[in-house]
Design a protein around this ligand. Structure first.
Ligand code: PEP
Ligand code: MG
Length: 898
């Protein structure tokens, strides 16, 4: 099997379809080279080798690769006209990771590899730039030391060992910036760095370029199993066995004087989706200088600079606006770059995020990928590409990541509240959205309050977990392509970056703006769309959905052949669901209607009642409440079906555990406190999730089923009088035996008949069951003799199939995910291998009795894209999910049908 793939000089062994094998970066480099884009030559070691490496270890892998790698280095040498390890005309290389999906900043990179005490003189001679050569050598030792030799800070209070040496020298020399170092300083740093390596690791820094190369290649493989990468993988559900590829490539330099530079550009606006070429660059700099946000980058286009000028008032914007754009500074390079961005977008038929370097007047494209974007940009770009006829309707739908639609559906600041807001500073609008929270300064403290704003000078990949937990991210430094900005946009998290007016003191945990001090725990609000930082809390309102969003949803419905309903318990939720395009209610959990204070009392009375008479008395109180709830929901739905589930409470959620409440209840019920306590003790269950719940309740207390049926039917008849059609579908929960269902069905039908007689009026209704106990799956053919429909309750079905308690699984779930024992949390993502078999079997057995049996799902999985796709494959009629997930499910349903 081929282990190494070469690219460069407008040809390549691989192509963009080989992402699994070459990683995203490697596959794209190959493709770009093949279509004539000037990429620095190099080669890719496959992801399969990474998996082998994990099995065989370092020595064996080096032996396996040696011949191929040597040949490939020769090829680079001949294209670049220089030699690896040569002291007169040296070739320097980069070594980077590249998994099949982009994992920004999660894994390691080594640049300037191949330098040593002799080679550095070659670089001096070749570039005629002593300072640059020694600075490259200094950077190389620092990066290699950190990545390969483990010379990193050990904790957040620890300082980077190399930075420490540099700070020392700066102090001694009385200077502040890296750029003030003289050649002599840089030479001293190199020797001090090497000393530090020897002291800390016990070994000399490797001078042999080949030893350096193997060290870097194996370190990249190791970084796949580093903490950061593992966390990122778990968060995104990427399996451990994907592995990473290693890309080895000729270095090109953006820091060889004023004719050189480096930058990042996007073919469209990653925040809004607008079709404008944009990006940032720095003259005389290396790639990481742009991303790290240490210097303020300049705009690529004239238009970009103008927009900054418009943003104005803020120092940062003015500075950006005053620097010349690339378009003005290097017009011919800009024109060339513009042609490539156009070629690449047309070739990949999606918005591209490109990195480039200009080395002494020659433009190199370092990488391109489908750009990360906000949810809003994702929708606009897909619809625009469709209108530009670059992609088909099907491709537009498939280009949407359903889960990202979530970002568009969440609240924004109330414009009226914003008018009164006290804007304390402005930064860059790095990722849109509205966030209100309490200030914290460290990523590992993002959990300290319920809503936090992670406030940092700048962020790094170590902060990822905290960024994910925080409501919003605020940084004092960094541009639109800084780590914070890129990661936040990917997460769909509100972020403001580069707010230069903020003075952050980590030690004192304070944030100072214009002389006013804010402390940890103080409330601030971020407007990620304008970059405004606001003092205190700001009210939010529901978002207004864009025209493109509506177009996308219409397109989704055109292709989808499976309906989407919503789980909704109140008229308000039902209306929200309809707004998002639900075609009915797939689950109303009636027990949720009793959580209100005046109702819970009646509910408790019913639960604690000793006699049928006592229970009936409490139920009589509950009847009118339920009836009016149902009327509200039926009215909201205007003739669309509403599945109402009979009471299914884990009873312990309702019994009073506090003494005061028990006393009150005793008085209300005219019984002794001791009697209440006795009853509470009696109801105590060892395993409430498997206890007296579901239809077990209706079968032991049939009067509950009677009351609920009466409330449903009366509500429907009341609406009929007003000329509104109501379509109730009464659903029996937690059925495991045929008789459990038949008993309940009889009560329901008898009660309904009775109400019809009383009112001399009639409506149509269905009686069906949830399938959530494995035994119900096995007997689905028998149950279907009686049931009008099935709805899979995959929350309980997952619980009972795995034997994981829904209430307790979180204790071991994270460990299972980390270790790879489970690939995803089965309560979030339907387990297609196991639970999925039951869903398939239940549907088939049910339909073997009733071929047109209506089947749906109402567990949490009904709004999770991969699960929706699975449901489609089993031939379900509908999925039902929470209102905010309805658009996601509609899109997933369309994607499943394509
Ligand atoms: C289920 O079990 O999947 C379900 C929808 O019911 P609940 O979550 O209310 O138990
Ligand atoms: Mg259930």
């Amino acid at each position: 099997k081929r282990k190494v793939y070469q690219f460069g000089n407008k040809s390549a062994d691989g192509n963009s379809k080989m992402k699994n094998l070459l990683g995203g970066k490697g596959a794209n480099l190959a493709e770009m080279s093949a279509i004539g884009i000037p990429v620095p030559p190099g080669f890719t070691i496959t992801t399969e080798v990474c998996t082998e490496y994990n099995k065989l270890g370092k020595e064996a892998i080096i032996e396996l690769l040696t011949e191929d790698v040597e040949k490939s280095i020769n090829n680079i040498e001949s294209i670049m006209g220089s030699q690896f390890g040569d002291s007169e005309n040296p070739l320097l290389i980069s070594v980077r990771s590249g998994a099949r999906v982009s994992m920004p900043g999660m894994m390691d990179t080594v640049l300037n590899l191949g330098l040593n005490d002799e080679v550095v003189h070659g670089l001096v001679a070749k570039t005629n730039n002593e300072r640059f050569a020694w600075d490259s050598y200094r950077r190389f030792i620092q990066m290699y030391g950190g990545v390969v030799l483990g010379m990193k800070p050990k904790s957040k209070d620890d300082i980077d060992p190399f930075e420490e040496i540099m700070e020392h020298l700066k102090e001694k020399r009385g200077i502040e910036l890296d750029t003030e170092f003289t050649v002599q300083d840089l030479q001293d740093l190199v020797y001090d760095f090497k000393d530090a390596v020897k002291k800390r690791t016990g070994h000399d820094f490797p001078a042999d370029p080949w030893e350096q190369l193997w060290g870097a290649i194996t370190a990249v493989f190791d970084s796949w199993n580093g903490n950061r990468a593992i966390y990122y993988r778990t968060m995104n559900g990427y399996p451990a066995d994907w592995g990473t590829a290693v890309n080895v490539q000729a270095m090109v330099y953006g820091n060889m004087g004023d004719g050189s530079g480096t930058g990042v550009c996007f073919t469209r606006d990653a925040a809004t989706g607008e079709n404008v070429f944009n990006g940032e660059y720095l003259i005389n700099a290396q790639g990481e200088d742009v991303v790290a946000g240490v210097r303020t980058p300049q705009q690529i286009t004239k238009l970009g600079s103008q927009r900054w000028a418009d943003l104005a008032q803020i120092e940062e914007a003015e500075r950006v606006a005053n620097y010349p754009s690339l378009e003005e500074l290097m017009p011919s390079i800009y024109e060339e770059l513009k042609i490539y961005q156009d070629t690449l977008e047309k070739h990949y038929r999606d918005m591209q995020d490109m990195e480039f370097t200009i080395q002494e007047g020659k433009l190199w494209i370092l990488q391109t990928r489908n750009g990360k974007r906000t949810g809003a940009a994702m929708v606009k770009i897909a619809i625009d590409l469709l209108k530009e006829r670059l992609i088909t309707e099907e491709e537009a739908l498939l280009q949407i990541e359903p889960n990202k639609l979530d970002e568009l559906l969440h609240p924004v600041f109330d414009p009226r509240a914003l008018k009164m807001a006290n804007v304390i500073a402005q930064g860059l609008p790095a990722s849109p959205g509205a966030a209100t929270g309490q200030i914290v300064f460290f990523a590992d403290e993002a959990k300290m309050y319920k809503n936090t704003i992670l406030t940092r000078i700048e962020t790094s990949p170590e902060d990822l977990e905290g960024m994910n937990l925080a409501k919003g991210i605020l940084t004092a430094r960094g541009g639109m392509t800084s780590h914070a900005a890129v990661v936040a946009r990917g997460m769909g998290k509100c972020c403001i970056s580069g707010a230069g007016a903020l003075k952050i003191d980590y030690k004192k945990r304070t944030l100072t703006v214009d002389g006013k001090e804010y402390h940890q725990g103080d409330w601030v609000s971020l407007n990620g769309s304008t970059g405004n930082i606001i003092e205190g809390k700001v009210a939010t309102v529901e978002p207004i959905l864009s025209g493109e969003f509506a177009e996308l949803m219409t397109l989704a419905d055109k292709y989808a052949d499976m309906e989407v309903r919503a789980n909704a318990d109140t008229p308000k939720e039902a209306r929200a669901a309809l707004n998002f395009g639900a075609k009915g209610i797939g689950l109303t959990r009636t027990e949720h209607m009793f959580f209100e204070i005046d109702r819970i009392r009646a509910m408790r009375e019913m639960i604690l009642a000793d006699t049928v008479k006592g229970r009936k008395h409490a139920l009589e109180e509950l009847l009118p409440m339920q009836r009016s709830d149902f009327e509200g929901i039926f009215e909201a739905l205007q003739g669309l079906p509403v599945t109402i589930r009979l009471l299914d409470p884990p009873l312990h959620e309702f019994v009073p555990h506090q003494l005061a409440t028990q006393k009150e209840l005793a008085e209300d019920m005219h019984i002794s406190l001791a009697a209440v306590k006795n009853k509470v003790a009696e109801l105590e269950e060892f395993n409430p999730m498997l206890g007296h719940r579901g239809c077990r309740l209706g079968n032991t207390y049939p009067e509950i089923t009677e009351m609920q049926t009466r409330a449903i039917i009366e509500a429907a008849l009341n609406l009929k009088e007003k000329g509104i059609v109501a379509k109730p579908e009464i659903m029996v929960p937690l059925v495991g035996t045929v008789n459990e269902f038949v008993e309940q069905e009889n009560i329901i039908r008898k009660t309904a008949e009775k109400v019809f007689e009383e009112r001399s009026e009639h409506i149509d209704y269905l009686v069906g069951t949830m399938i959530e106990v494995p035994r119900a799956v096995l007997l689905a053919d028998a149950i279907a003799e009686y049931a009008d429909f099935f709805s899979f309750g995959t929350n309980d079905l997952t619980q009972m199939t795995y034997g994981y308690s829904r209430d307790d699984a979180s204790k071991f779930m994270s460990i299972y995910l980390e270790k790879g024992i489970l690939k995803a949390d089965p309560f979030e993502v339907l387990d297609q291998d196991g639970v999925g078999q039951l869903v398939k079997m239940g549907t088939e057995r049910g339909r073997s009795t009733k071929p047109d049996l209506k089947v749906g799902i109402c567990g949490e999985h009904g709004g999770e894209p991969s699960s929706v796709e699975f449901c489609h494959s089993t031939g379900m009629n509908y999925v039902s999910c929470s209102p905010f997930r309805v658009p996601i499910a509609r899109l997933a349903s369309a994607q499943a049908a394509i």
